[in-house]
Each structure stands twice: as C-alpha cells, then as structure tokens.
Design a protein around this ligand. Structure first.
Ligand SMILES: NC(=O)c1ccc[n+]([C@@H]2O[C@H](COP(=O)([O-])OP(=O)(O)OC[C@H]3O[C@@H](n4cnc5c(N)ncnc54)[C@H](OP(=O)(O)O)[C@@H]3O)[C@@H](O)[C@H]2O)c1
Length: 181
C-alpha cells in the first residue's frame, strides 16, 4: 500500500506510436538518433531524485543481456513471481520482490525506500492502473514501430497529468515531464 510520503516516477523512452520495445523486446530504435555528445538527456539528474529502482523481471533480464558492468547507482528491486536467484555479483545491489502490487510496495517500503523509479512496461502499467504514478519523464524517439510493447496498454480509464517541462534535443528527440493532477 502506498504511504503518504511515497513518490513513484517513470523515466522512459518510447516510439512516436508509444512503444518501449519492438515486438521481440528489442530496444534498438533508441539508438537510431544518438544522444548529443556528453549529454545524458537528464538521466543522472533523474536518478539523483530517486532512492531506488523497481523494475520488472523482463527489464532486469534485458539489462543483464547487455553484458555490461552493472549500470545502476541506486538499489534495484526486481519484481518477479517466477525467479528469485540473484546473480552472486549483484547480491548487495539487487533484491527480488514478489506478490501483487501492494505486497511489492510494502516490501520495498519496509526497507525504507519510498521515492522510486518504476521501470518496465508491465510494471509501469500495473502502477498506472492503480493511478499510482506521480511523475513521468517520457522521451519520444521520432520513429514509428507499428507494433511492439506498448507503454500505456491497459491503462484502465481516464488519468490526468500536467506537462511541467519539455525540451527538444538536437537529435530530434522530444522529452516531456508530466505530473499527476
Ligand atoms: N524504452 C525504454 O526506455 C525501456 C525501458 C525499460 C524497459 N524497456 C523494455 O521493455 C521490455 C520489458 O517490459 P515488459 O513490459 O515486457 O516487462 P517488465 O515490466 O520489465 O517485466 C514484466 C515482469 O515483471 C513482473 N511483473 C510486473 N508487473 C507485475 C504484476 N502486476 N503482477 C505480477 N508480476 C508482475 C512479472 O515477472 P514474472 O513473470 O517473473 O513473474 C512480469 O512478467 C524489455 O524489452 C525492455 O528492453 C524499454
């Protein structure tokens, strides 16, 4: 259950037609228009404003598949009801959480993390369905994928947001920050 001091934020990139990955779960479209040299497009500022990350199991597996050094500076909770084995080298950096959304939230809050970056399509949708997302930074990549994993599938009725910041990057991407009203 969400506590009054909890804040849940999204920072994600989508295609023009609202997909976060193609039909095969690939995110190659994110690299079509490379980020401006030396510009992280707001990522580090965003990460500084959260206590921990809660991501879905599929996003976790995607990150592992990159074969790169662990990229996160904040503790990562991975939501899964099917796996619980943490790679040994990530023991102090990753915690698996299971159950329904309230059980997952309770688990994370019990460990004193309240300001969370929510990541992964199904995971974000689960929070959206309960109208729990307080802030969304969405970077739009100007491509149409036609099909894929939709960010806002099953968003379950009207939810209102207000755009509080926007920026057009030289690479043609557009970033909007919304807060829930
Ligand atoms: N464009 C971007 O910026 C961006 C960012 C992040 C991710 N992605 C892409 O998005 C894709 C992953 O998104 P996704 O939608 O497939 O999955 P996801 O949210 O990353 O992971 C889904 C898994 O999380 C657990 N889960 C999430 N919500 C749940 C709920 N309500 N109840 C029970 N379990 C729940 C389940 O794990 P179990 O099945 O183990 O129980 C579920 O299968 C990847 O291709 C990734 O590359 C793109």
């Amino acid at each position: 259950m969400k506590s009054n001091s909890a804040i849940y934020k999204v920072f994600i990139a989508t295609s023009l037609d609202g997909y976060i990955a193609d039909i095969n779960g690939c995110i190659g479209f994110l690299d079509i228009f490379p980020a401006p040299e030396g510009d992280d497009m707001g990522y580090n500022d965003f990460i500084d404003r959260v206590d921990a990350i809660l991501m879905g199991r599929k996003s976790f597996e995607t990150v592992l598949s990159f074969g790169i050094p662990w990229p996160y500076t904040k503790h990562v909770f991975v939501w899964s009801n099917t796996i619980s084995d943490i790679p040994e080298e990530l023991n102090s950096k990753v915690t698996f959480v299971k159950g329904n959304i309230n059980e997952v939230i309770d688990h994370v809050h019990q460990l004193s993390f309240y300001n969370l970056y929510i990541d992964g399509g199904k995971t974000i949708q689960s929070f959206i369905q309960e109208n729990l997302i307080d802030e969304m930074t969405i970077t739009t990549v100007p491509v149409l994928l036609g099909e894929g994993i939709s960010l806002f599938a099953n968003s379950n009725g009207l939810k209102k947001f207000k755009c509080v910041a926007n920026k057009i990057y030289p690479n043609g991407m557009v970033q909007n920050r919304f807060i829930r009203i």
